[in-house]
Each structure stands twice: as structure tokens, then as C-alpha cells.
Design a protein around this ligand. Structure first.
Ligand code: CDP
Length: 151
């Protein structure tokens, strides 16, 4: 239960999902399988519904980012997955939120839109532009594309 790199100096966690420096860390997965990347269409909130994203969510207090990633993929997609490399970058979301993205591979299960999403698509590299990605996810998607065949 050692404090991760984002706790404050005393190793305590602030309330909510804050990292102790006023920033909430959101983690998302570039889930790669058989040469494709998984895109998930948000079902809520209204201003994001219909846009596509890399599945993920907020890191909870005291939780390691990679553990949060595994948990979110279990909750949202019903799969077991293993994080790979973290994609270089830290992308600002709404004020006070920052997005980190890892590649991930499926260990078991077939993704289903259980929570937060109403559609899923596996996209090959040439198909990545066929969905309307959230603006803030686009740099991570471009980085993930470099890990797909045909790069
Ligand atoms: O699942 P949880 O409630 O922890 O988090 P979320 O509501 O899915 O995501 C937290 C915030 O990060 C929301 O504002 C999402 O829109 C944003 N987000 C994003 O911009 N891109 C992603 N790939 C995942 C989340």
C-alpha cells in the first residue's frame, strides 16, 4: 500500500479523486487486439454522448493508475486486460483533469458496452478516422496508431 508517485508529501490522499496536486488523473486504454484498436462511443453526459473515446475513467484515491485502468476495463467492458506501455503525453481534459493512456491487451473476454458506452468498434489503422473521437483523445489515438500494423 505504498503511496504512488502522485500522492502528496505525507503520502495522504485528498478527498475525491484528486491526486494531491489539484489534478484529477483520468486513465484510458488503447486496447489493441489482432491489429485493431477499440473505440467506445459515450452514452453520457449529453455533451459527450455520441463521441468516441478510449475507454477509461478516474483514478481513485490510493489507487495505482494501472490498477485503475484494469478496473475500468473490467467495469465498462467486462474484460480482463493487461496494461502495456504508457503512451508519451499527458493530455488536458476539462479544467483540473489530465488524461494518461496506456496500450493494453486483452487477457480474457470480449468487450461489451456495459457502462458509459452504447457502441464499440474495433478499428484497423486505416479506419481510425471513421469515428468522431473526442477532441481530447485524438493525440492519444494518433500515438496508438503508431502501434498498429501498417504504421
Ligand atoms: O468512469 P469515471 O466516472 O471514473 O470517469 P469518466 O466519467 O468516464 O471520465 C472522467 C472524465 O474524463 C470525463 O470528463 C470524461 O469525459 C473524460 N475522459 C476523456 O476525455 N477521454 C477518455 N478517454 C476518458 C475519459
Amino acid at each position: 500500500n505504498a503511496p504512488g508517485p502522485y500522492g502528496n508529501a505525507s503520502g495522504q490522499r485528498d478527498a475525491g479523486s484528486e491526486r494531491g496536486n489539484g489534478t484529477v488523473l483520468v486513465v484510458a486504454a488503447a486496447l489493441l487486439d489482432r491489429g485493431r484498436l477499440l473505440a467506445a462511443r459515450r452514452s453520457a453526459p449529453a455533451d459527450l454522448a455520441g463521441r468516441w473515446e478510449l475507454p477509461g475513467g478516474k483514478v481513485e484515491p490510493g489507487e495505482r493508475p494501472e490498477d485503475a485502468l484494469v478496473r475500468e476495463l473490467r467495469e465498462e467492458l467486462g474484460v480482463e486486460a493487461e496494461p502495456g506501455e504508457r503512451l508519451p503525453g499527458a493530455w488536458p481534459l476539462k479544467p483540473g483533469y489530465v488524461l494518461w493512456v496506456w496500450t493494453a491487451r486483452l487477457l480474457s473476454g470480449e468487450p461489451r458496452p456495459l457502462e458509459d458506452h452504447d457502441a464499440l468498434r474495433w478499428l484497423a489503422r486505416a479506419e481510425l478516422d471513421s469515428v468522431d473521437w473526442l477532441d481530447q483523445d485524438r493525440p492519444a489515438v494518433a500515438e496508438a496508431a503508431l502501434r498498429l500494423p501498417g504504421a
